[in-house]
Design a protein around this ligand. Sequence first.
Ligand SMILES: C[C@H](O)[C@H](O)[C@H]1CNC2=NC(N)=NC(=O)C2=N1
Length: 102
Amino acid sequence: MTHRKLEPHEIEQALQQLNSAGSPDWTLDNGKLTKTFKFKDFQQAFGFMTVCAMYAEKKDHHPEWFNVYSTVKVQLTTHDVSGISLKDIDLAKKMEATASRG
Ligand SMILES: C[C@H](O)[C@H](O)[C@H]1CNC2=NC(N)=NC(=O)C2=N1
């Protein structure tokens, strides 16, 4: 997995890809790949976080996130490169797949 800091046009392309499947929820917010996931209840939200946490640990790439009941706001960035890398895109894709699986 690449560590290179992505160029703005590459991030734009990745955002379009991430959003093409569903609603245009992924944005670049303060230099971070951001989305607020809404679930049915806390159990669904925490189940999502559990799956993503194990994936993050396996990949050694960890999200910033904020959970209130059924809402999980995630902010992805790569500290190593002070920006967005393919690691963030990969984690975002995993989060999409996990959330849509329910
Ligand atoms: C030492 C360890 O590999 C690094 O600190 C990893 C851990 N998790 C990480 N997570 C994120 N989001 N960015 C990083 O640069 C990062 N680096």
